[in-house]
Design a protein around this ligand. Sequence first.
Ligand code: SF4
Ligand code: SF4
Length: 156
Amino acid sequence: MKTFFKALGNVFKKPVTTKYPFEQTFIPDDYRGLIGFDENLCIWCRRCEMVCPPGAIVFSQDMEGKQTYHFNRAVCIYCGECVRACPKEGAIFQTAEPAPCALKAENINNGWNKLFDEALASREAYAAEKKRKAAEKAAADKAAAAKKEEENKTGN
Ligand code: SF4
Ligand code: SF4
């Protein structure tokens, strides 16, 4: 009998569901949505990449040293670790925007793994080139110093 009255009472209650997509679902204030990035505030320390559990962030680097941020919303688990680890407030932030469906290129099997590996390789290439240039400069400086010393000795 109790169940009957409860069921009858529910007939006159407002539904608890929303008619999505005609009605927007309720989003709480502390909802962890899409990750945003502001390259004007970023200091390119890559801490966000280091702490990201599933590897949803990666930075590539060109041969001039300029870094580019890449984020994969399909890989992200929206934990907020990147935001907490960032030393520069506002450089990376969590929005209240729900993540839309992933595109094919964002699928880990179709592009992201390749992009990730290429980004790491681009950094290695930049580091190797930087090291090569430093060694070249050191050798040139040493040769110039030796030449100067020789000139001093001969009085030229
Ligand atoms: S929210 Fe978590 S999973 Fe998403 S990018 Fe940041 S650290 Fe990675
Ligand atoms: S942790 Fe912050 S400052 Fe460092 S690279 Fe990431 S967004 Fe930029």
